[in-house]
Design a protein around this ligand. Structure first.
Ligand code: 13P
Ligand code: SF4
Length: 365
């Protein structure tokens, strides 16, 4: 039975213990009508309620396979959009706080990418020269753009395979919005750094000459993650100096210099798995978001593994952190009362094209 939605303000002053109890009670009421998917950067107070946790690729597979009526996403906006796109039309994707965006995803938008395509089309047949590849950290309309133009989506865990897919079809790749993931991926494929050039969307022809583009293999959109750009080569050099036997692992959203100095580079799931599988007593320096590193450090303590955060500055993803126990309790109690709040809904037209690009990714990875 539907009632008036419960207002969020009612949850703001509720104590943490009460919130936790109320989340558990609302989940029990909803039973298997509900699935909660949680990204590894989520704070512990909500992460512990996730039915499934993972990196972007793993969570998108869970969303595609889930039968639940409600998919509550503990993550950021583009992740909930992917859940909506990959689930059936009768399933409902929900983001507990609509302000949980991704600043990197916002660095590319459809009008700028369309302008890029128009400018490139003055010199090339875009659809036979460039495969557009969007990092999953992007809005649904950019995934739809890739679907429409023979392109594909990638995540941090399958970017290598996806780049191979892209180059098997066209001679060049337009990669957005994260220049660092694009550069690291190309480098690992053996593409020389000078063949990967940055497209500045605020300059005519990306600030490039036709000759530079002729010579390039990948055009890297000028975008980055504000969290991962905080890690510095000197953080790694200091650690290596103090602990020559230590191991360094970083997310590919870090700068090229940081990735190049690291022993291992990979997605959040890869980071967790690699550290978990290492020998007892291993000392680690980890370059990714703080919530993940703190949780990992706690979990590894019993095995005598020492996990240290790569930066001396707090590098927390402030938008991921918006999903807190207050918002989760508010969302679930409303659902249990029959009120859907914060639904993420991608239009059917956009869904069809974005799904094309996502399905290509799931098949190729
Ligand atoms: P993963 O896919 O590796 O979890 O990365 C998502 C993300 O946003 C990293 O900043
Ligand atoms: Fe976006 Fe960076 Fe936050 Fe990941 S860590 S969600 S890329 S802002």
């Amino acid at each position: 039975m539907q009632t008036a939605p419960i207002k969020f303000e009612k949850f703001q002053a509720v104590q943490e213990d009460d919130l936790q109890q109320r989340i558990i009670a609302a989940r029990q009421k909803l039973g298997d009508r509900l699935v909660i998917l949680g990204h590894h950067y989520q704070q512990e107070g909500v992460y512990k309620h996730a039915d499934f946790t993972g990196d972007s690729l793993k969570l998108s597979r869970y969303a595609a396979e889930s039968n639940a009526e409600f998919i509550v996403f503990l993550g950021v906006h583009f992740m909930a959009e992917v859940a909506d796109i990959l689930s059936r039309p009768d399933q409902i994707a929900i983001l507990p706080d609509m302000a949980a965006g991704c600043s990197m995803a916002d660095m590319a938008n459809l009008s700028k990418v369309e302008r890029c395509r128009r400018e490139l089309s003055e010199h090339y047949d875009f659809d036979t020269t460039f495969t557009p590849v969007t990092y999953i950290n992007s809005a649904a309309d950019l995934k739809a753009f890739c679907g429409e133009h023979g392109g594909i989506v990638c995540t941090s865990s399958n970017a290598g395979k996806i780049a191979e897919w892209a180059f098997a079809r066209r001679e060049k790749v337009l990669f957005f919005p994260d220049q660092h993931l694009g550069r690291w991926t190309g480098y690992k494929m053996g593409i020389p750094l000078e063949k990967m050039i940055v497209w500045d969307p605020d300059l005519p022809l990306g600030g490039l000459t036709k000759e530079q583009i002729d010579d390039a293999k990948i055009l890297l959109w000028k975008g980055h993650c504000s969290v991962h750009q905080m890690f510095r080569p000197q953080d790694i050099l200091r650690f290596r100096n103090e602990h020559p036997e230590g191991k360094v692992i970083a997310h590919p959203e870090c700068s090229f210099e940081v990735c190049n100095l690291s022993d291992y580079v990979g997605s959040t799931e890869y980071i967790l798995r690699t550290v978990a599988e290492s020998a007892p007593g291993t000392r680690w320096l980890v370059g990714t978001e703080l919530n993940l590193v703190n949780r990992l450090a706690e979990r590894m303590k019993p095995e005598g593994k020492i996990v240290r955060f790569m930066s001396s500055i707090v590098c927390e993803c402030s938008t991921m952190a918006r999903i807190d126990p207050q918002h989760l309790a508010w969302t679930l109690e409303n659902l249990a009362e029959g009120n859907v709040v914060n639904r993420i809904h991608v239009s059917p037209q956009e869904t069809a094209l974005a799904k094309l690009a996502l399905d290509r990714m799931l098949e190729a990875s």
